[in-house]
Design a protein around this ligand. Structure first.
Ligand SMILES: Nc1ncnc2c1ncn2[C@@H]1O[C@H](COP(=O)(O)OP(=O)(O)OP(=O)(O)O)[C@@H](O)[C@H]1O
Length: 196
């Protein structure tokens, strides 16, 4: 796996005319996982978008080493295509081998859904599909926004196991969630402590 590092220094986030948080510093190195916790609207998704480079910081810096894999509420799967075709599109872009793509699909229980148009998938099925693509992407930095939303008990445990394996392999996971997330050694950060 590529080098993996996230270093956030004195970060502040403004949305509209409101500063949501300020003074946030943290560092994650290869193998580490951190859960950012906090209630609705506190700024968890905004933090992940800043770390991903999709939104600007109001103040402070974010340093990253390694490619990013982002899973949020909007799975980047073409809703008009069958799931198999939508995943194959990303496998081509990501350079995922057919064996690896199939292993990810099978592990996430998607084998019987490949002919189903993405728009007909349930919330949990779409989330599992997004995780299959994430695995195929082989990016060291995982940014997971509410990764357990919509998942049944089995899929929750599977997702936690997949994140643990990613970190054991030298990856980093930054998880934004208000739900419990069980991964050994998981660090926790309460975003409310940085509310502006
Ligand atoms: N583009 C935007 N312009 C203005 N305000 C925004 C914008 N995007 C988000 N916000 C506001 O910023 C605040 C934080 O939103 P964010 O989605 O980061 O919170 P969150 O902690 O992830 O919440 P949840 O747990 O509900 O997903 C909310 O009050 C939201 O309405």
């Amino acid at each position: 796996m590529q080098e993996a590092k996230i270093a956030i220094r004195d970060l502040a986030c403004r949305r509209g005319d409101r500063v949501l948080f300020r003074g946030l510093s943290l560092a994650l190195n290869a193998g580490e996982a951190l859960q950012v916790a906090g209630g609705n609207g506190i700024g968890k998704s905004s933090l992940l978008r800043i770390v991903a480079g999709l939104a600007p910081a109001f103040a402070g810096t974010v340093e990253r080493e390694g490619a990013i894999g982002l899973v949020d509420e909007r799975p980047a799967l073409d809703t008009s295509h069958a799931l198999g075709d939508a995943l194959a599109f990303w496998a081509r872009i990501d350079g995922t081998s057919e064996n690896a793509a199939q292993a990810a699909r099978d592990r996430l229980g998607l084998a019987d859904l490949l002919d189903v148009p993405v728009r007909y998938l349930s919330t949990g099925q779409k989330k599992r599909a997004a995780l299959a693509r994430l695995i195929g992407q082989a990016a060291p930095l995982w940014l997971l926004d509410e990764p357990l939303n919509g998942l049944d008990v089995h899929a929750v445990e599977l997702t936690e196991a997949i994140v643990a394996e990613h970190c054991a392999g030298g990856g980093i996971a930054l998880v934004a969630s208000h739900q419990p997330f069980r991964v050994e050694g998981l660090q926790r950060l309460a975003l409310a402590d940085y509310a502006a």
